[in-house]
Design a protein. Structure first.
Length: 79
């Protein structure tokens, strides 16, 4: 099944802003992140937040055809 990926902040610098990916039926958010880390091991130390279709998701959430998955790395700032 095809899903859309979006990356924010420092992840965008590594991965680009958007991508598409084909994943197997039953793939979870956590499994998807593990596959990305396997391709880019230096991302393994990040604790990302993930949203599916603009709602924060747990690593156990299963993905569906056409889902948009967004990855947010830790950020700091403000004043």
């Amino acid at each position: 099944m095809r899903i859309r990926l979006r990356f924010f902040a420092s992840l965008r610098e590594v991965m680009g802003a958007r991508a598409q990916r084909t994943v197997a039926a039953g793939t979870t958010v956590g499994t998807l992140w593990q596959a990305i880390v396997a391709e880019h091991p230096h991302l393994g130390s990040l604790r990302v937040r993930v949203a599916v279709n603009q709602c924060y998701a747990d690593p156990s959430q299963r993905l569906a055809e056409g889902d948009e998955v967004a990855f947010f790395p830790p950020v700091s700032g403000g004043g």
